[in-house]
Design a protein around this ligand. Sequence first.
Ligand code: SGN
Ligand code: CA
Length: 520
Amino acid sequence: MTSISVRLASIALAVSALAISGRAAPAERPNILFIFADDHAYQAMSAYGSRINHTPNLDRLAREGMLFRNALVTNSICAPSRAVILTGKYSHLNGVLDNRLSFDGSQQTFPKLLQRVGYQTALIGKWHLKTDPTGFDHWEVLPGQGHYYNPDFRTANGPTHHEGYVTDVTTDLALEWLQDERDPSKPFMLMYQHKAPHRNWMPGPAHLTLYDGMEIPEPETLFDDYSNRASPARNQEMEIGRHMTLESDLKIIPEKGTRAYQQYMGSYGRLTPEQKRMWDAIYEPKNAAFKKANLQGRDLVRWKYQRYIKDYLRSVASLDDNVGRVLRWLDATGLADNTMVIYASDQGFYLGEHGWFDKRWMYEESLKTPLVVRWPGVVEPGSESGALVSNIDLPETLLEIAGAEVPGDMQGRSLIPILETGDAPPDWRRTFYYHYYEGHEGAPHAVARHYGVRTERHKLIHYYDADEWELFDLVNDPTEMHSRYGDPAYKEVQEELLEELKRLQTELKVPEKDPYQEAR
Ligand code: SGN
Ligand code: CA
């Protein structure tokens, strides 16, 4: 077939799929712009009611689209979350159980299926799945975690290097592709994926002094003592007080010749002399004041929290600005009307809640991720959904939008009915299965492996190595400070949840033995 007949055939296919689903066929299939952040907590997005920052451009998407209050991830860590989105399958089926494993790019992914129905696909920015991306007509990705300043990228034609701040550079590359390189005769699907605001939270030049002279409010559980929960909550290594480093995390220059100095130079050392001058002028006086104050105990934790949260929010500010640039480009080119824009993060993040940074847990802050969808003419502007939705639902949603057939082995569900009507269909999921695997010896942050079930109101968690359980009542205890597992008052709920957990594991084909061992 010629490319024109392929296109016509694919449009016919799309139109018939839309006709089957009972919706009017739009004149053209929409473009898809998938904007993805790394470790962006919903607590740091004003559309979600942030108490600590403003994100006007992300909020604009929420004002013009739908905001999901319960967008849950199946495995709260970077590479696994990305693999779930590409495949629509839980980690035990897509093979990426943890950050150490590589993605098998020969498997079915939604970008490949979009290509088959005539979409042009591109991926720019953070990738983190080790193997070369497949299913993309164009890709330029950060190797591994990438760098904040003067980042290197990988492409199909070898490495590239770009001077500047990674969030700006990623946006420049995305806009260049949209403007000059894509094929305007085809609908596009662009995955525009940021490194920010991932650890070590290095702000960009435009936001280095944002929040100076201000105190950011502390979360109420900053000094959690981890009582009334199972032992893993106490035994992790993700406390701001005990585990966040002054050097690479908090930009206090370590002594030369130390390991900390080497680590610090891994990021700071990449700055150009000009960038270093700008950086030093801002951090050095603050660092000197910190050293002089010789803080201890809670005062030190409070200082660390302030330095952390400000750098984190500065990194978010640049993300927000750059999303604004892309939204304005869509406006200016007239593409906004026929482009679905999705904003999400790979998981949530702790901003001092429970005294923590990082993610991984089935507790709320890491289980939930921001998710906003703008789709002009379909989604009611300013609408919200509280349905239990997930990153695993995204590929099926995008396939349906493109008029592609949804393979039966995907495990999520298309969000289209919710996007169209604002309401979840009566048979929408009321329970959600979670499974975290990265609990091996020496794993970063030492969070025990666990799985569990979340309902609208309750959450049951099993830390299966130690065989400990937790049960939370999110209405009576929204900050999850008191496990009710074994509490006679929750006997019935507990039994129901245990049963539902088993049912979900069977339905989702979770192997009885943790596939983690076999994957090594
Ligand atoms: C690195 C970070 C961890 C982080 C993981 C995973 N340490 O190991 O804090 O949890 O990445 O993050 S760092 O010293 O390298 O910053 S993820 O987003 O890629 O899953
Ligand atoms: Ca992440």
